[in-house]
Design a binder for this molecule. Structure first.
Ligand code: PLP
Length: 386
C-alpha cells in the first residue's frame, strides 16, 4: 500500500524497522525457529513456569469447566470465581489489603495512573521507567517531573521545589523496581525515605521483580526487607516469572475500589479468560513456595553469564538481575551481534530506539532457570570469537 511506503522506507534506512521472530515450540532452554533449535536468551519466563505441568493441568481443568473466553468485561458478566480467587491470592502474596487483576501490565499502568494522578498531582518518574508508565502519564492530567535514573539527590531536589507550591494536591513517585532494559534495581529504601519526608505516595512497577527478587519471590519490597506495604501501590505482571498472562495492582482496599470504578483499561475491556486466572493462582502458589530451587538456579545462571560477559570485556551497564544488557551504542553493532548469535543458533534480541535512547542500543540477555551451564558457556564462546 502506497500510503505508508515512505514511513517504512525511512525506518528501514535507519535500521529501525522491526520484525518479529516466530517461535514454533514452547519456551525453555531451547526453542524452535524455522524448524531449527535455538538456545533461548530472550524470554522473561524467568522460572520456566510457562510449561510447568501443574500449572498446565490447572489451566486445562479450568478450561473444561469455564470454557475459553470470558465473554464480557469484569463489571458486566466477565467476573468469574477464578478472578476473585486470584485477586485474593495476589493480595495475600503481596501482603496488601486487596488486589485487582488487569489484562496486561501495559493495561495496569495506563489504567491506574490517570486515576491516581489528577490535575493537581505532581508525578515524579524515573527517566528509564517502562513505556507503559510513560503512556499512563500521557493519559493523565498530572504535571510530570522526570528525575535522572535512580538519582535520589535529583528526586529530592525536585520534591523540595514542589513542596513550596501550595496548590499541589498529591505527590506521587513512580519507579520500576527492576529496569527492563538495564536490569538494575531502584533504590527503594532511599525513595521511601523521600516519600515520607515530602508526604508523597509511592507506586512501584514490579514486573521484573515479582518472582525474581526476594527469598520467596515477593519482589522489590522483599528484596529490601520493606514491610508496611499497604501504603505502597504495587503493580506486577503474571506473564513474566509467573509464566502465565495478565497483571495486577495490589494496595489498599480503597485504592482497589476506586480502580474498579474508574480505571478505564479495567472497565472497558473484556476480562482475562477464567482458565488463565485459575492458572495464575496456581503459578503464584508455586512462585511463593515451590520455586526456591528454580530461583536459586536462575541466580546461579545469571552469575555465570554476567561474570563471563564481564571477563570478555563487554559493557553490561549496571545490571544486578537476570536482565543483562550488552551495550553496543549504535544500531548496526547491536544488529550485527544479534545476527552473529542467531547464526550460531542463539536467540538474543537487539534493542533499538525508541525502546532505548539513541546511541544506547544493546542486546538484551534474559536469563532463566531453564538454561543449562553449557548453554551459557556456548554464548560466551561465540561472543569470544566476535
Ligand atoms: C517494567 C515493565 N512494566 C510493564 C510491562 C508491561 O507488562 P505486560 O507485558 O504484561 O503488558 C513490562 C513488560 O512488558 C515491563 O517490562
Amino acid at each position: 500500500m502506497k500510503e505508508f511506503e515512505s514511513e517504512i522506507r525511512e525506518l528501514n534506512k535507519k535500521n529501525l524497522l522491526r520484525k518479529f521472530t516466530c517461535i514454533e515450540s514452547s519456551l525453555g532452554s531451547k526453542i524452535l525457529i524455522n524448524g531449527q533449535t535455538f538456545v533461548n536468551f530472550s524470554s522473561n519466563d524467568y522460572l520456566n513456569l510457562s510449561s510447568h505441568p501443574e500449572i498446565l493441568k490447572t489451566a486445562i481443568t479450568a478450561l473444561k469447566k469455564y470454557g475459553l473466553g470470558s465473554g464480557a468485561s469484569r463489571l458486566l458478566s466477565g467476573t468469574f470465581k477464578p478472578h476473585v480467587k486470584l485477586e485474593k491470592r495476589i493480595a495475600k502474596y503481596k501482603r496488601t489489603q486487596a488486589a485487582l487483576v488487569f489484562n496486561t501490565g501495559y493495561a495496569a499502568n495506563t489504567g491506574i495512573i490517570p486515576v491516581i494522578a489528577g490535575a493537581d498531582t505532581v508525578v515524579f518518574s524515573d527517566e528509564l521507567n517502562h513505556a507503559s508508565i510513560v503512556d499512563g502519564l500521557r493519559l493523565s492530567k498530572a504535571k510530570v517531573e522526570i528525575y535522572k535514573h535512580k538519582d535520589v539527590d535529583h528526586l529530592g531536589h525536585l520534591l523540595k521545589s514542589s513542596s513550596k507550591i501550595k496548590t499541589v494536591g498529591r505527590r506521587l513517585i513512580i519507579t520500576d523496581t527492576v529496569f527492563s532494559m538495564d536490569g538494575d534495581i531502584a533504590p527503594l529504601p532511599d525513595i521511601l525515605f523521600l516519600c515520607r519526608k515530602y508526604n508523597a505516595l509511592l507506586m512501584i512497577d514490579d514486573a521484573h521483580g515479582t518472582g525474581v527478587l526476594g527469598k520467596t519471590g515477593r519482589g522489590g519490597l522483599e528484596h529490601f526487607g520493606i514491610e508496611n506495604t499497604d501504603s505502597i501501590i504495587q503493580m506486577g505482571t503474571l506473564g513474566k516469572a509467573a509464566g502465565c498472562f495478565g497483571a495486577f495492582i495490589a494496595g489498599s482496599a480503597d485504592l482497589i475500589d476506586l480502580l474498579i470504578s474508574r480505571a478505564r483499561s479495567f472497565v472497558y475491556s473484556t476480562s482475562l479468560p477464567p482458565a488463565i486466572a485459575e492458572a495464575c493462582t496456581k503459578a503464584i502458589d508455586i512462585v511463593e513456595s515451590g520455586s526456591g530451587g528454580r530461583r536459586k538456579k536462575l541466580w546461579r545462571n545469571r552469575k555465570r553469564l554476567y561474570e563471563g560477559l564481564q571477563s570478555l570485556g563487554y559493557d553490561t551497564l549496571n545490571s544486578e538481575t537476570p536482565i543483562i544488557p550488552v551495550l553496543t551504542g549504535d544500531v548496526k553493532r547491536a544488529l550485527n551481534i544479534s545476527e552473529h548469535l542467531y547464526r550460531n543458533k542463539i536467540f538474543v534480541p537487539a534493542i533499538r530506539p525508541p525502546t532505548v535512547p539513541d546511541g544506547k542500543c544493546r542486546i538484551r540477555f534474559s536469563v532463566t532457570s531453564a538454561q543449562k551451564r553449557e548453554d551459557i558457556d556456548r554464548v560466551l564462546q561465540v561472543l569470544k570469537k566476535l
